[in-house]
Design a protein around this ligand. Structure first.
Ligand code: TEU
Length: 510
């Protein structure tokens, strides 16, 4: 059985996790010093966001050298010490690879743009004329390069040029990168926007419906399955390697088709993780959809936060501690591979902003200047940028051992949770992770999934989980011998009384 099935992963946003040298940026030495914290929390694996040399136009998702460490985060020796220390604690490390595009500062691109006959010209996608394709961050996805008078394609920022996956030489380079990091002992990769790799090379315009572009020709194109199979078989030549795909879609069937034995182990299902609101019914629908949409034997991912979205304490629970805990309970007990986003275990909220100057994320700043350009005043432009900026979830980590929390800690000042609530959140994660560890959930499929009013229930192996999404106390009728093994509830003759936003686990007869 693959190691990842029973594992809980923890996403770390490099810059904001732990600084060791006082430059205000997280680094590998700092991260290594926090491995005991992570082991104590009980996570099995870490997903590291990009740590490679990069001009940081898109926080490291613009890589200028795939086989090096950004000096802000340390060097190769620091990385190796971190890997060794993680291994000693039984923590697996998966790293983020951005194979769809590189920074325009990458030596390949610098060569490529020099002239039309350069040996690296076809590493990227050059055309005499642009089509109507739009970049994810707004505006055209084509940038005119004065040197040769041609346009290059960038599905994200203009400093992130898309690599040409129809070129075998590019694929060979990518294999070397995979081999390099596998040799360093990583347990797997999180593959960034991996469904953007292949394109319709006749470059037809995408349809635009009600002012919105439909990405018909620039995503999920022919050849993608083969490319993923090639990556997977290359990686798995010698050992098990965990492959996590980020598919830029919120439609489960589109996402699900790339998780199969021959391709990716799991894909991020945004239809579940990045929703704007949640209730018992929507969760029930999503969990059922996962059961039917995924290929046989494939598991979904379970997450409500990442470096790309608002934190769920703010977004889905409006600062309510019990509701946040209930969502954590769902994420850690439903069938799938959970990904905790750093800081959610201590109830970090979204950061607030009062000016665009406080923002670093290109998605926020672009939206701001775009809004000004199209006639918004500064106040409205700021509102739009606040909605868009991903900086809100990228604030500094505050560890629970730093007590008492000083009031000038930025997150405490704005946290909707009080200090004791933050600590109770942390205890909750720890206890739940310990509960998972004590019982093997690797092979536990759902015996059933049910919805009764605001109570969602599912059974996995000998455990029955009840999740109450309502605000009033309710009595859930249950007969037979049941032992409460996690959470709080009143066990009555007639059933179980559940308080507002409560998740519990019961041991039942198998
Ligand atoms: O994100 C890609 C992205 O923004 C979409 O996949 C989006 O999250 C999804 O459609 C939600 O429905 C990745 C990285 O996570 C992000 O930080 C980078 O900016 C981006 O790729 C470019 O590398």
């Amino acid at each position: 059985m693959e190691f990842w099935r029973g594992s809980v992963f923890y996403e770390i946003y490099m810059k904001s996790f732990q600084d060791s040298n006082g430059d205000g940026l997280g680094d590998f030495v700092g991260l290594t010093s926090r491995l005991d914290y992570l082991a104590d929390l009980g996570v099995d694996g870490i997903w590291l966001t990009p740590f490679y040399p990069s001009p940081q136009v898109d926080n490291g998702y613009d890589v200028s050298d795939y086989c090096e460490i950004n000096p802000d985060y340390g060097n190769m020796t620091d990385f190796r010490e971190f890997m060794k220390a993680a291994d000693e604690r039984g923590i697996k490390v998966i790293i983020d690879l951005v194979l769809n595009h590189s920074s325009t500062e990458h030596v390949w691109f610098k060569e490529s743009r020099k002239n039309k006959t350069n040996s690296k010209r076809d590493y990227y996608i050059w055309r005499e004329k642009p089509n109507n394709w739009e970049s994810f961050f707004g505006g055209s996805a084509w940038e005119l390069d004065d040197l040769t008078g041609e346009y290059y394609y960038h599905s994200f920022a203009k400093e992130q040029a898309d690599l040409n996956w129809s070129n075998q030489a590019v694929r060979a380079e990518i294999e070397q990168i995979l081999a390099f990091w596998l040799n360093e002992g990583v347990a797997g990769f999180r593959l960034d926007v991996i469904n953007n790799l292949t394109l319709v090379l006749e470059f037809p315009d995408n349809p635009v419906v009600d002012g919105e572009m439909e990405h018909v020709y620039d995503r999920n194109q022919q050849g993608l399955e083969q490319a993923l199979e090639d990556i997977a078989s290359f990686c798995r030549k010698e050992r098990e390697v965990f492959l996590v795909g980020e598919i830029s879609s919120d439609k489960l069937p589109e996402i699900a088709k790339y998780s199969s034995e021959k391709m990716l182990d799991v894909t991020f299902n945004f239809n579940f993780g990045s929703v704007e609101q949640i209730d018992a019914k929507s969760v029930f629908t999503s969990l059922n959809e996962m059961e039917t949409a995924l290929n046989e034997g494939q598991w979904p991912t379970l997450f409500f936060g990442s470096h790309d979205m608002s934190r769920f304490l703010t977004r889905l629970a409006d600062g309510n501690l019990s509701k946040t805990k209930l969502l954590a309970f769902l994420m850690l007990t439903a069938k799938g591979v959970p990904f905790i986003y750093y800081g959610e275990e201590v109830g970090l909220p979204d950061l607030p902003f009062s000016s665009v100057k406080e923002m670093r994320d290109i998605q926020g700043t672009n939206a701001y200047y775009q809004a000004l350009k199209t006639g918004s005043n500064e106040e409205d432009a700021l509102k739009i940028a606040i909605g868009k900026t991903r900086d809100k979830a990228r604030g500094p980590m505050v560890f629970p051992d730093k007590r008492p929390f000083t009031l000038d800690e930025p997150w405490i000042k704005m946290a909707s949770l009080k200090e004791e609530e933050a600590l109770s959140m942390w205890q909750f994660y720890k206890t739940l992770l310990a509960f998972r560890k004590a019982h093997d959930f690797k092979e536990k499929e759902y015996a059933f999934l049910r919805l009764d009013g605001e109570i969602l229930s599912y059974q996995r192996g000998e455990f029955l989980f009840l999740l109450h999404f309502g605000e009033d106390k309710v009595l859930y009728p249950l007969s037979g011998q049941k032992q409460l093994v996690f959470g709080e509830a009143d066990m009555l003759e007639t059933g179980i009384r559940l308080g507002a936003y409560t998740g519990i686990a019961l041991r039942v007869e198998d």
